[in-house]
Design a protein around this ligand. Structure first.
Ligand SMILES: Nc1ncnc2c1ncn2[C@@H]1O[C@H](COP(=O)(O)OP(=O)(O)OP(=O)(O)O)[C@@H](O)[C@H]1O
Length: 967
């Protein structure tokens, strides 16, 4: 084997000339320098230094020329550089590129990382640059330095892998941003989320870094060109000083580039810092997110998934970055293995500078991402305690939502504490009001009995057996004069009864309600069970009192209205105390319970019974319909439904209704929201069956059975009340026979203790019903003497209080009478004084008119003298009384002053008259003088006229003055 030529040396043209013919081969020398493969066709090149480490290779001329043309070489002129084409021909495909062949057998290349496809070999670009550099050297007449040309070409060539990695990173970031944008856009389309800002800032920083890198490259090539031109000028060896200074400048630029990149990244961090302006943005977001809040929370899981995906992508990105860093380190630290090195020639340290710079930037970007993540986690931790389930630590929208939720919770907590505070203030006041009100009712008696007498009807005539003693005062007494029919209708002695209130025939529905049931409605809302009964014989007015006609409703309807009004008004504290109500309606007929609110089809068949509650607190009727009611109208509607159900299967409604007990129960639940407590109370209205005695109705068969059930249950009611009375007065526990009838058992939790019971005893005033009325009054009177909550001592206290109240009332009456008498005498005195005043006024007027007459010049007419009338004793007394009266004194004073005025005026008038007379006299005197003067004047005038006439008669001869005068 001959010695190979020195690479880059002059070509052996004699050899070359003969090998360029078509179909022939061309010889190259293939060798390796510093592990880098190289090719040359110059036999004279310095191959000796390589020893035997080279080989002579033959290439097909056609192939080489085709490659040279492909690289832009001129095959005629560039014969010396065909080794570049040979190298390009031999070049292996560098990863991540791969070589493929299409259907027509044409080669093409595919970038497995970016997916790019190209017909060009990935290293063609490098060889074109290399050719450009050597060509330029040759054109300038310089000796071609192949090594230097390779370095320059490598520097000018962007690192493919890095470029791809950057592209890929960009793409991933964009994908991530797009994904996040679309995920966030669901909740808040504008403005961008913080993560989007971060991504955007990262992209911008990356872009800036890329621009800086390009700029840096541009400046490096500029400087390289300068170096070359200096080399050109100075020749070889190159002026080392200039080169050194340029090299130093280059390093400075590079380091400045790094610094700038760093600050750019830092600014990206600051710009991308999500914590700084989250609060401001949150405020802006607050309005928009308010509406989206619920939906956003619901979709939170979906968002968390999106974040997990984003996090995974970031992870992948970071893995890629680490991989890149590893590769860079590999390139820097050790030469690439020959198999993986795609290009001939080594990679200098200077050529790696841009990579170092990018690597630094990547590190900074990583740092930036880490900081953003840290900030996110910090904020997330803040919210974590509020919403531990929301583990979306790097979701700014979640922060905003969680912040709002937190704010709402704190507002809600504040509201809650305000409510509690209000409740704490209101609670004791309400409790005190409840206590006082209950005390008042207790003082009046927990069982109160009212008697109502209906008007006589047309069949009953006009004779009433009922009387109301002291009706105008207490309205509490009633007297009945029963007739003994067995004695031929002879009147029996009158019986007097006293009740809490007696309503006569004229008492209106309103009055009855106001003075009886009304206070108990409040008590029901305060937690006490209330029972209102109507007792009396058939036709005595029970239903009228309880239900009443549509045009004039009874106590039940009015109480229901009041109940709902109070529950939604005075008694309610919105958000703290609220009420709910349930209505049940049943009928007890022949000791059987019938649900009146049940569906029509089952109402007749359903069997109901009364059971003790499991907790032992009271009784209930399992299966009884309880309808929730929210308004009085709803209750009234259901009452009508119940009334209709009552008549199902009944031929004579009125008769049926009078033979059964109608029970209507409203349960009231008081909810205390802040304390999370509740208590239930009941208000029950019972329209009892007719109380007439069986013997009277002469009933038999079914009627007898009905009547016996009625009597039994009514007497059971009486017994229960009597037992309660006895138990209370004895202050001991005794058996109360609640279970003796369905009615008493059902009402067992509404009678006794603190329960309020009200009984209307309705009677007819007719003498025909006098005996039944008497029985009803006896029943009611027995009940009235029982106070279900008061002991014997308290009973006597109440009695005393009643007596004191009675005394007070009488005293009031007495005082009223006194006042009346005093008022009458006062009126008389007042009249007398008024008369006196009017007389004085008249006198004054007369005097005033007289004065006016005087002033207007009329003759003053003094009053005719009169003798004073003789003073009698009554007159003297009257005058003395009048004089002692202060108003009379005032008038006297006025009169005196008027008299004085009158006197002075009279004097003045007299003076004026005298003055007038004096003036009159003077006028008369003047008139006299005037008359005298006038006479004199007249005489002189007539003398003058006579003299003139005489003068006319003596005209012809002039006369001397003296003679005329003498004549
Ligand atoms: N205070 C009153 N003023 C005017 N009319 C009355 C009054 N009380 C009752 N009435 C009339 O007397 C009649 C009988 O009254 P009501 O039906 O209320 O008696 P009752 O006791 O309910 O009878 P029953 O036991 O049969 O149901 C009715 O026509 C009613 O309008």
């Amino acid at each position: 084997m001959s010695r190979p030529p020195t690479p880059g040396g002059g070509a052996d043209r004699s050899d070359l000339n003969g090998t360029l013919h078509h179909g022939s081969t061309i010889k190259f020398f293939k060798f390796s320098r510093n592990g880098t493969p190289a090719v040359t066709l110059d036999r004279n090149a310095d191959l000796g230094a390589l020893g035997d480490d080279y080989e002579e290779v033959d290439y097909n001329v056609e192939d080489i020329l085709a490659m040279a043309t492909h690289l832009g070489m001129d095959t005629e002129k560039d014969e010396d550089f065909l080794w570049i084409a040979a190298e390009a021909y031999d070049a292996e495909v560098p990863p991540p590129w791969k070589e493929f062949f299409d259907d027509s057998g044409e080669v093409y290349f595919h970038n497995t990382r970016t997916g790019d496809v190209s017909r060009d070999h990935p290293l063609d670009h490098y060889y074109r640059i290399l050719y450009g550099i050597v060509r330029s050297m040759a054109d300038k007449g310089l000796e071609v330095d192949v090594e230097a040309a390779r370095k320059d070409a490598a520097m000018a060539l962007p690192d493919q892998n890095m470029q791809e990695a950057i592209e890929e990173s960009k793409e991933k970031i964009q994908q991530m941003a797009a994904h996040n944008s679309s995920a966030f856009a669901k909740y808040v389309p504008q403005p961008k989320t913080d993560l989007e800002y971060v991504v955007h800032d990262l992209q911008m920083a990356l872009k800036r870094a890329e621009q800086e890198r390009l700029e840096h490259e541009r400046r490096v090539s500029e400087l390289s060109a300068k170096v070359m031109s200096i080399q050109n000028k100075e020749g070889t060896p190159v002026n080392q000083d200039i080169l050194n200074s340029l090299q130093a400048r280059l390093s400075r630029i590079e380091s400045a580039g790094l610094a700038n990149g760093g600050s750019g990244a830092a600014s990206a961090v600051s710009a991308g810092s999500v914590g700084g302006d989250v609060a401001t943005r949150m405020a802006r977001l607050e309005l928009e997110t308010n509406e989206a809040n619920k939906e956003a929370l619901r979709a939170h899981r979906e968002r968390a998934d999106a974040q997990a995906e984003a996090a995974a992508k970031i992870g992948a990105l970071e893995a890629d970055k680490a991989e890149l860093e590893r590769r860079i380190a590999q390139v820097q630290g050790s030469p690439a293995p020959p198999s993986s090195a795609p290009s001939p020639g080594g990679v200098s340290k200077a050529s790696l500078a841009p990579l170092v710079s990018i690597r630094a930037k990547l590190r900074e970007l990583g740092e930036c991402a880490r900081k953003a993540k840290e900030e996110t986690s910090r904020q997330s931790r803040n919210f974590g305690s509020a919403l531990s389930v929301h583990s979306c630590s790097d979701d700014p929208m979640a922060w905003a939502i969680q912040g709002l939720v937190k704010k709402l919770r704190s507002t809600s907590a504040a509201a809650q504490s305000a409510i509690l505070e209000a409740e704490q203030k209101i609670g004791p006041v309400m409790a005190e009001r409840r206590r006082l009100f209950n005390e008042l009712l207790r003082a009046k008696g927990n069982i109160r009995v009212f008697c109502r007498v209906r008007p006589l009807n047309s069949q009953e005539g006009r004779v009433s057996c009922v009387d109301f003693p002291n009706e105008d005062r207490a309205n509490r007494q009633i007297s009945v004069a029963p007739q003994d029919k067995q004695q031929g209708g002879r009147s029996m002695p009158r019986k007097d009864f006293e009740f809490d209130r007696v309503f006569n025939e004229q008492s209106s529905q309103t009055l009855v309600y106001e003075e009886s049931v009304k206070p108990l409605v409040q008590s029901a809302l305060d937690g006490f069970n209330v029972c209102v009964f109507a007792y009396g014989q058939t036709g005595s007015g029970k239903t009228h009192t309880m239900e009443g006609p549509e045009t004039d409703r009874g106590v039940t309807y009015r109480a229901i209205k009041e109940l709902f009004d109070l529950a939604s008004g005075e008694c309610a504290v919105p958000g703290v105390v609220e009420y709910t109500f349930h209505l049940s309606m049943l009928e007890i007929y022949n000791e059987q319970i019938k649900d009146l609110l049940e569906d029509k089809t089952t109402v007749a068949t359903k069997k109901l019974d009364i059971k003790m509650r499991e907790d032992g607190l009271g009784v209930h009727v399992p299966g009884l319909t309880e309808r929730p009611v929210a308004t009085a109208e709803e209750v009234l509607h259901l009452l009508q439904v119940g009334s209709k159900n009552r008549s199902v299967g009944v031929t004579m409604m009125n008769e049926h209704s009078s033979r059964s007990h109608l029970v209507m129960m409203i349960s009231c639940v008081n909810h205390n929201m802040s304390k999370q407590t509740s208590f239930t109370s009941k208000i029950t209205f019972i329209d009892l069956a007719g109380s007439e005695r069986v013997s009277k109705s002469c009933a038999e068969g079914d009627r007898l059975k009905e009547a016996s059930f009625i009597n039994k249950s009514l007497s059971a009611l009486g017994d229960v009340i009597a037992s309660l009375a006895s138990a209370q007065t004895k202050s001991g526990s005794s058996h109360i026979p609640f279970r003796n009838s369905k009615l008493t058992y059902l009402l067992s939790d509404s009678l006794g203790n603190e329960c309020k019971t009200m009984l209307f005893v309705n009677i007819s005033p007719s003498v025909i019903h006098s005996h039944e009325s008497l029985c009803s009054l006896m029943f009611a009177f027995r009940a009235r003497n029982v106070n279900l909550s008061t002991s014997g001592a308290q009973l006597s206290n109440v009695k005393k209080l009643r007596e004191v109240a009675e005394l007070a009332k009488r005293e009031q009456q007495r005082l009223g009478d006194n006042m009346k008498t005093k008022s009458q005498s006062f009126d008389k005195e007042k009249d007398a004084l008024l008369q006196r005043i009017s007389a004085l006024q008249k006198e004054n007027e007369e005097k005033s008119s007289a004065i006016q007459d005087l002033q207007s010049g009329k003759a003053f007419q003094p009053p005719p003298p009169s003798c004073p009338p003789p003073v009698t004793k009554p007159m003297r007394q009257h005058n003395a009384r009048v004089d002692s009266d202060s108003s009379t004194k005032d008038l006297g004073q006025q009169l005196i002053s008027l008299r004085e005025t009158n006197k002075s005026l009279t004097d003045r008038v007299r003076q004026l008259r005298e003055d007038k007379a004096k003036l009159q006299r003077e006028i008369e005197k003047k008139d006299e003088q005037y008359r005298e003067m006038s006479d004199k004047y007249r005489r002189v005038s007539s003398l003058q006229r006579a003299n003139a006439a005489v003068s006319k008669l003596k005209v012809p001869r002039p006369k001397s003055r003296s003679s005329t005068i003498a004549k």
